[in-house]
Design a protein around this ligand. Structure first.
Ligand SMILES: Cc1cc2nc3c(=O)[nH]c(=O)nc-3n(C[C@H](O)[C@H](O)[C@H](O)COP(=O)(O)OP(=O)(O)OC[C@H]3O[C@@H](n4cnc5c(N)ncnc54)[C@H](O)[C@@H]3O)c2cc1C
Length: 375
């Protein structure tokens, strides 16, 4: 039986772990569980269709990824009784009826190729408040029923549990490193300073930490960390579990959870490296950005401020696939939409390893464009 190792157990590594284990291979996942792991800090917005971003390659990936969420979620619910995903719909706010109509037209146009967008409703201000009572009065909205929210830590945990149930998947909560076997072009994997394996193939899905690991192997990566902060706040409302995710015309969004909890964020802070310090400046930035849209901001009780590190490439596009002719498969640079794409990217990696056909052409995501041997 082929033996495969995965280094990095965020959403990408966890999904590859799940999909490989389902295919019957012997797979081992090593995860160091960095405190800044992006997956566990993600806001959880799964609604890529109405983005202003125009990159076609990225859009194809997010479209397939969003369509895959309900499928994977149903599988995980059946297998382990949870998935961390809920299709609550997404409410996009606009300050004029004309703006909302324009957006609804765009949604209808995109739905021709992405039926999973679901029902599209144009909402007047009173209807907006009926769906999300905490929205300030006067906003029009477009509600798309296919949008959802995902709790990164829960999906990751469901994927791990489902993989471990197969009996040929192994999870090791430890750091792992790759090195060249002395005098050869063969890779070896060590954990805790001890040689592990041997493995036939390795996936490296180390999020924002990949550049450092790949540098040890002699590669320069186009990958930078980006600090992201979010706030978890308690409202006076209680029945919020089925409220839609709100995307105001702002860089910050509002994701409702159970029992009156809202997640608000996130910041996009460049040049902060792997710093995980929550700041008052970020808190103020987030609250000021949502104040025009969210009523009674001063009544919100701050429960937690959390910080994660997103992995980015310079053109904001991820890379997915085999690195040259090495037995090394990588996926990274998922950026701000990585919780949306991560489960599907993990599946694509598993299909690339197993050489099974996949729905998406991986050529535009060739890692060779982002990871090059040192000059
Ligand atoms: C604040 C914030 C909000 C976000 N909101 C959203 C959102 O609403 N919607 C959305 O789609 N996306 C969102 N994202 C983006 C998304 O979370 C990330 O793009 C995605 O989680 C990246 O997943 P990953 O598996 O590549 O990396 P990570 O989740 O960072 O996981 C990498 C893992 O690899 C491990 N690792 C690294 N090196 C080693 C090693 N040598 N040995 C062992 N383990 C190792 C790390 O410890 C870590 O556990 C958000 C991100 C942040 C930070």
């Amino acid at each position: 039986m082929e033996k495969i190792a995965i280094i990095g157990g965020g959403i990408v590594g966890a999904s590859a772990f799940y999909h490989l284990s389902k295919s019957g291979v012997d797979v081992t996942l090593f995860d160091r569980g960095d405190a800044g792991q992006a997956t566990r800090h993600a806001a959880g917005i799964i609604c890529p269709w109405l983005s202003k971003r125009r990159n076609k390659v990225w859009y194809e990936l997010v479209k397939h990824s969003a369509a895959y969420y309900p499928v994977l979620s149903a599988e995980l619910e059946k297998q382990v009784g949870m998935s961390g995903y809920k299709q609550v719909g997404t409410l996009v706010l606009r300050d004029s009826e004309a703006g909302a109509r324009q957006l609804a037209d765009l949604a209808r146009e995109r739905r021709r190729e992405a039926p999973e967008i679901g029902e599209i409703k144009l909402l007047r201000p009173a209807e907006v408040q009926a769906h999300f009572p905490l929205v300030q009065s006067g906003f029009f909205g477009v509600l798309v029923s296919g949008g959802g929210r995902a709790e990164g830590a829960q999906i990751r945990s469901a994927l791990l549990q489902a993989a471990l149930q197969t009996g040929h998947a192994h999870y090791i909560e430890q750091e792992a490193h790759l090195a060249w076997e002395p005098g050869t072009r063969r890779l070896q994997l060590t954990t805790g300073g001890v040689l592990a394996g041997p493995f036939d193939k390795v996936i490296y899905a180390g999020g924002a930490w990949m550049a450092e690991e790949l540098a040890h192997l002699g590669f320069t990566s186009d990958l930078v960390p980006q600090k992201g902060q979010i706030l978890m706040v308690q409202t006076e409302e209680r029945e919020t579990d089925n409220w839609p995710v709100v995307l105001p015309p702002s860089s910050k969004s509002i994701v409702p959870f159970e029992a009156g909890m809202l997640m608000i964020g996130a910041t996009h802070e460049k040049g902060q490296g792997f710093d995980l310090t929550p700041t008052k400046a970020a808190q103020d930035e987030i609250l000021e950005a949502v104040r025009p849209f969210l009523a009674d901001v001063e009544k919100l009780q701050l429960i937690q401020q959390s910080v994660g590190t997103r992995p980015y490439t310079s053109d904001f596009k991820p890379f997915i696939g085999q690195l040259g002719d090495l037995p090394l498969f990588v996926a990274g640079g998922l950026g701000a939409s990585g919780l949306t794409t991560g489960p599907y990217v993990g599946r694509l990696l598993s299909e690339a390893i197993l050489k099974t056909p996949h729905a998406l052409d991986l050529q535009p995501f060739d890692p060779a464009s982002y990871i090059r041997p040192h000059q």
